[in-house]
Design a protein around this ligand. Structure first.
Ligand code: CP
Length: 310
């Protein structure tokens, strides 16, 4: 693999994406006694809460025969509380582990960590910046569910301003052909100009649409996201954006019969539980795919013969 660290989706090209996805397919069938990362250690440094990203990375490493050291509330229970910088923490942890997954509340923290690290650093989400491994598993899920990643009409719904998963996924579509994106967001949280500029540079078509009901019959993928209370400056701003776009039984009645609905999770109230049994509701299968994609990523970064040379 030519990338050494994984901090943003722009590091990937189409060939690397295809290679990663093929590897993830292989990981689905990996025999339980296979242990390509035996003797390797992964450190997970999480300064923000997580269920899926931390546990699926740790499960991935364990399934590959490796071991894990972890701090799940690094903001409070690591020496960050004493004032230690991310850079110093990484310089210490690289002496204990062969790779580091970091989630941090500050945008750019993963870049800062990677800049000083001698072992691979993987961005598990940096504030409202990026969440590249989520985008990789999202696109892998689309490929697994629909059989292709080109020529798709995709609605990105919800908090597109602070939502790092939607931001990373939109950028990842720069590696696809014939994609049409529709941004459906409350007015306070539109897709950022930086992402739009990246899409323009790669000739990816996109438009904004306020009415989700108009969009639902015409798209192949609906990517719903949570309005993130923790990213708003005031409760009033948050309340103005919440509950605007909710997927429920009526929405699924309008949805293209061949479409899938994804969500990076956690959800709060933006997808009603009543639609969970619908086969088009793919979000729990999507979360499961996170293990296979993260296994593939760790294997490509760490396995013998695949050592990064960057
Ligand atoms: N999708 C995602 O990043 O979930 P967690 O916050 O639980 O890791």
């Amino acid at each position: 693999m030519t990338v050494r660290h994984v901090v943003e989706v722009a590091q990937f090209d189409r060939a690397e994406l295809e290679r990663l996805f093929a590897r993830a397919d292989h990981m689905r069938e990996l025999p339980p006694d296979a242990a390509p990362l035996r003797g390797r250690i992964l450190a997970t440094l999480f300064y923000e809460p997580s269920t899926r990203t931390r546990l699926s990375f740790e499960a991935a490493m364990l399934r590959l025969g490796g071991q894990v050291i972890s701090t799940e509330n690094a903001r409070e229970f690591s020496s960050a509380i004493k004032g230690e910088t991310v850079e110093d923490t990484v310089r210490i942890v690289e002496g204990y582990a062969d790779a580091i997954v970091i989630r941090h509340h500050e945008q750019g923290a993963a870049h800062r960590a990677a800049a000083v690290a001698s072992v691979p650093v993987i961005n598990g989400g940096d504030g409202p910046g990026e969440h590249p491994t989520q985008a990789l598993l999202d696109l892998y899920t689309i490929r697994h569910e629909l059989g292709r990643i080109d020529g798709l009409r995709v609605a990105l719904v919800g908090d597109l301003r602070f939502g790092r998963t939607a931001r990373s996924l939109a950028r990842l579509f720069c590696l696809t052909e014939g994609t049409e994106l529709v941004f459906v967001s409350p007015q306070a949280v539109p897709m950022g100009a930086d992402v739009r500029a990246a899409l323009d540079a790669h000739d990816v078509a996109y438009r904004d649409e306020q009415d989700l009901a108009i969009v639902l019959p015409h798209v192949d993928v609906v990517y719903q996201t949570r309005i993130q209370r923790e990213r708003f400056a005031t409760a009033e701003e948050f309340e103005a954006s919440r509950g605007v776009y909710v997927l429920d039984a009526a929405s699924f009645g309008r949805l293209n019969p061949q479409a899938i609905v994804l969500h990076p999770l956690p959800r709060v109230d933006e997808i009603a539980a009543e639609v969970d049994p619908d086969p088009r509701a793919a979000y729990f299968r999507q979360a499961r795919n996170g293990v296979f994609v993260r296994m593939a990523l760790l294997d490509l970064l760490l396995a013998d013969g695949e050592r990064p040379n960057g």
